[in-house]
Design a protein around this ligand. Structure first.
Ligand SMILES: Nc1ncnc2c1ncn2[C@@H]1O[C@H](COP(=O)(O)OP(=O)(O)OP(=O)(O)O)[C@@H](O)[C@H]1O
Ligand SMILES: [Mg+2]
Length: 354
């Protein structure tokens, strides 16, 4: 007797195929049905529905996205779902901003914070961006102090001090698990992890291109976001290693003539040394290291907007000025908001890795 679909099963399938909650299922042609095993339990159904993935939204009625904040949310809740007021403009805006910061990532993204001028805020931007990503994204985020001079990143976060970059390099071959690499990082309450540079006078071995690459080889196996803080000497060999593997650059410019000129010259150097794509894909942070702004910020922003992918101003912040340990909670709300804008602008560039 030819195996074929029994009355009841066929009925179920017909009902499924017409029910609007279920994706249309194309019933097999009789000659094909004839070759199928009699319908017994799931495997028959699976073979029939192979083409239709099992999507939540096909089976669950998702409530309309109403306001999640403020008086609109209160009315929605108070109405027991009878009323669904949409989000306010500002709520919609911050939701969109968060979605940008949370742009999905595969693998490890290497972001380099640069400027040929000292004291413009490279370390403060690395820190704020790292805290913001670690707070808003599920990813593991690590910031590496690759400043061959006296790097300060390790001093700017509170937490059990980890070992340093040089120690990580000494043990690199033995480090295979995340729990092992964690011994070399200091983790802040934001979840950001930092690997400090060495400023021990007894250490004479400098960290150059190959050492930096060896450190990145270890870190990119355990972290999705790798931020590198740098020094000012763009001709130092370590910069070769840093730029060779960089996916994106964050250029920090102080809104002063000399600060802006040095930043522009950093772009010139990158373009003249084969890194023009990093300039075009870069985010420029106009960082208010000085309280008083003596230059025309809009014109400065326009200058850098013509050479980069995005320009974001970061306001002067009393807490940052101290150069002390910094967490996001310490900062003025407008500084925190500016760091989220920087993070969103950087995340907009999370396309395919370089
Ligand atoms: N937005 C800001 N508002 C106020 N002070 C700031 C701001 N950004 C940075 N600073 C302060 O300016 C000084 C220089 O900043 P930072 O150390 O981040 O610069 P840097 O470019 O990393 O310097 P270096 O070249 O020495 O590594 C620090 O004391 C820092 O705390
Ligand atoms: Mg620094």
């Amino acid at each position: 007797m030819e195996p074929h679909l029994q009355g009841e099963e066929e009925e179920t399938l017909v009902q499924l195929s017409t029910d609007r909650r279920f994706p249309p299922i194309d019933l097999p042609a009789p000659e094909e049905a004839a070759t199928l095993e009699p319908f017994s339990g799931s495997e028959g159904y699976q073979s029939l529905t192979q083409s239709a993935p099992f999507l939540d939204e096909d089976f669950v009625q998702t409530p309309k996205a109403g306001a999640q904040q403020g008086w609109r949310r209160w009315i929605n809740d108070a109405s027991g779902g009878l009323v669904t007021l949409g989000p306010s403009a500002s709520e919609a805006e911050s939701t969109a901003l968060l979605e940008r910061v949370r742009t999905p990532l595969t693998g490890c993204r290497r972001i380099v914070v640069l400027s040929r001028k000292g004291g413009v805020g490279k370390t403060s931007v690395t820190l704020g961006l790292g805290h913001t990503f670690a707070t808003l994204r599920p990813d593991r985020v690590v910031a590496l102090d690759a400043n061959p001079d006296v790097g300060t990143l390790g001093y700017r976060i509170a937490g059990l001090p980890g070992r340093t970059l040089t120690e990580l390099l000494d043990d690199a071959e033995q480090i295979t698990r995340y729990s092992e690499v964690r011994k070399y990082t200091t983790q802040a309450s934001s979840r950001l992890e930092v690997i400090a540079s060495d400023d021990d006078a007894r250490i004479t071995r400098g960290v150059g291109e190959h050492e930096y690459q060896a450190a990145v080889d270890v870190l990119e196996r355990h972290y999705n976001l790798l931020l590198t803080d740098t020094g000012t000497d763009i001709t130092h060999s370590i910069i070769q290693g840093i730029l060779a593997g960089a996916d994106q650059v964050v250029l920090v410019a102080a809104p002063s003539l000399d600060g802006a000129r040095a930043a522009s010259k950093t772009f010139d150097w990158l373009e003249q040394n084969g890194h023009g794509y990093l300039v075009r894909g870069s985010v420029v942070v106009l960082n208010g290291v000085r309280r008083r702004m003596l230059v025309d910020l809009d014109r400065l922003a326009a200058h850098f907007a013509a050479r980069s992918r995005a320009v974001v101003p970061l306001p002067w912040d009393r807490h940052l000025e101290a150069g002390a340990q910094t967490s996001l909670e310490d900062l003025h709300p407008s500084t925190r908001a500016a760091y989220v804008q920087v993070a969103a602008a950087v995340a907009d560039g999370f396309g395919p890795a370089h």
